[in-house]
Ligand binder design. Structure first.
Ligand SMILES: N#Cc1c(-c2ccc3ccn(Cc4cccnc4)c3c2)n[nH]c1N
Length: 267
């Protein structure tokens, strides 16, 4: 898998070299490339932003550096344009993915790169999104800053590749970098070969729609707290049953929304 990240803070992603992804990069499983948006500016101050048309507070990211940088990543000719419906079912909601694009056609051929722009106005990123991204051959992440990126970048990019606006959640960040870091960790660990023991991925929170069961390790007694006897019984079938019951109880108590969806899927 190839991953490109466009940002004005390229050093932000240096940490990816020490994480699991660092090993995946070294092993050639992931080809990660970070691009400084300012390298596509041509003025003395390397300007990437300007005042918003129509007035208002803050600054907007200029389209030219984005177009030049994305041209370099996608190739001058860019992906073949398979004009299609701009809306593609999201993972957490049914809003269309390029909802910010006016009516620009969207290259919807799965062989074209996927361009992901973190945005407060995006579809919420979920484990389902992470599983989908882990299957992609080439993802480009566009990290906005200031009050966001000129809308025409999304509109134009949608004619060259599949475009998704994705949000980490309903709170406001200062830019897309933290969101991209979280998304890369979430889907990166699902790529075969990145995590040592793939079995460890199966019973995690959100895999299968339930939260994970509580975990314990030695010592058996600690500050007056004992490990549940069932876990010391060696009876694997009973342990598995208890763990599933814990998952259901926890999900119902902590995330009734997830529990309702899970229960409906059991019928
Ligand atoms: N993913 C995600 C996000 C973001 C986010 C993502 C990209 C940018 C680029 C600029 N800002 C600041 C900004 C602030 C307010 C309005 N518009 C823009 C971003 C916030 N905020 N919250 C999330 N869950």
């Amino acid at each position: 898998m190839r991953v490109d990240i466009v940002t004005i803070f390229p050093q932000f992603f240096d940490v990816l070299d020490i994480s699991l992804l660092g090993k995946a990069r070294a092993n050639g499983i992931v080809d990660l490339r970070v691009h400084d948006l300012r390298d596509a500016t041509h003025d003395r101050h390397r300007t990437v932003d300007d005042t918003p048309y129509g007035g208002g507070a803050g600054m907007v990211m200029r389209p030219e550096p984005w177009g030049e940088t994305l041209d370099g990543i996608l190739g001058a000719g860019g992906a073949s344009v398979a004009l299609g419906d701009a809306s593609t079912p999201g993972d957490a909601s049914t809003d269309d993915l390029a909802s910010t694009a006016s009516d620009a056609p969207t290259a919807c051929d799965a062989s074209t790169p996927l361009i992901v722009f973190p945005s407060p106005a995006g579809n919420v990123f979920t484990q389902k999104t992470a599983r989908r991204y882990a299957q992609e051959e080439h993802i480009v992440f566009g990290c906005g800053r200031y009050e966001g990126i000129d809308q025409r970048v999304f509109d134009w990019a949608g004619t060259r590749a599949r475009v998704e606006l994705v949000s980490l959640g309903d709170y406001v960040l200062n830019g897309g970098e933290v969101a991209v870091m979280a998304m890369i960790e979430a889907f990166g660990r699902l790529i075969p070969g990145v995590v040592g023991n793939p079995d460890s991925l199966v019973e995690e929170s959100h895999e299968g729609g339930l939260l994970e069961y509580p975990s314990y390790t030695k010592p058996a007694q600690w500050r007056g707290y004992d490990v549940p006897d069932i876990l010391l019984s060696g009876h694997h079938a009973n342990i598995a049953k208890w763990r599933h019951e814990q998952q259901v109880e926890r999900t119902k108590r902590i995330r009734p929304d997830l529990y309702e969806a899970w229960a409906a899927a059991q019928d």
